[in-house]
Ligand binder design. Structure first.
Ligand code: HPA
Length: 254
């Protein structure tokens, strides 16, 4: 039996349909989480929701206390985490509104508290493997759940994570494309690496909300405005199938 958490980001600061039973303020050695963990019921399942940017979407990507967030989730017994990420698309296959389940990451962030292996009292120096930044178990459930929901979610893709909060310049996007990135977000790291340090099974459900700078119409905020609602409604449809599947031992149920 697993305990599932969903970390919602831009466009998903709340989880419509979640019947909140408890608001958990979990103390951690790293300080406070972005928001109380919302423990409740949805789709006939127990689940926990955490608003990555805090209630009211106030915390910028570089100021999120990723260490406290992941630590607190593990503390309350979470084993599987689905991180929802609104991203800008570089790859042509990823038009705004579409979903993807990325398979790899490039970290362009800097200055974030990005590890529990920080030499502090009681911390163990750990060189975790990051061969598979996203857990195969969570990825496959997300992909199968999208299919059952009648949606297509792209299988794979490289998630480039930038510092933000500003968007990129076209030259930065060209460089990222040359590096192999298919999409750009601002919060995927250190979230994925910290989850790996804590041995949480972590997967990302990415929603394209705009073409990255220099690729689309140039009206990035307009694209976000037009695509975020449909993208997030697709995310909810995937979660509706993925939650019972993860809880039921990774068997996707119709
Ligand atoms: N760049 C970085 N992060 C983002 C973008 C983008 O274009 N869109 C949504 N999050």
């Amino acid at each position: 039996m697993s305990t599932i958490a969903v970390i919602g980001g831009t466009g998903m600061d709340a989880w419509p349909g979640l019947e909140v039973k408890r608001r958990l303020e979990v103390p951690t050695p790293y300080g406070n989480t972005s928001a109380p963990l919302l423990q409740g019921r949805i789709y006939d399942c127990d689940a926990i929701f955490l608003a990555r940017h805090g209630e009211g979407h106030k915390i910028p990507p570089h100021s999120i206390n990723y260490r406290a967030n992941l630590w607190a989730l593990r503390e309350v017994g979470v084993t599987h985490v689905i991180g929802i990420g609104a991203v800008g698309a570089i790859a042509r296959w990823f038009e705004p509104g579409a979903l993807a389940v990325p398979s790899d990451i490039i970290d362009y962030t800097w200055g974030r508290a990005h590890t529990y292996s920080d030499g502090g009292a009681g911390s163990q120096l750990q060189h975790i493997e990051f061969n598979a930044p996203y857990a195969a178990s969570v990825r496959s459930v997300l992909l199968e759940s999208a299919q059952l929901a009648g949606l297509s979610a792209h299988d794979g893709g490289v998630h480039g994570v930038t510092q933000g909060p500003r968007l990129e310049s076209p030259a930065e996007v060209r460089r990222m494309r040359q590096d192999g990135c298919d999409m750009i977000g601002m919060t995927g790291m250190p979230e994925a690496a910290l989850a790996a340090e804590l041995e949480l099974a972590y997967g990302c459900l990415a929603v394209s909300v705009n073409w990255a700078a220099g690729i689309g119409s140039g009206d990035i905020h307009g694209e976000i405005h037009r695509s975020i609602e449909i993208g997030m409604s697709r995310v909810r449809s995937v979660l509706e199938r993925a939650l019972p599947a993860l809880i039921g031992g990774l068997q996707v149920v119709e």
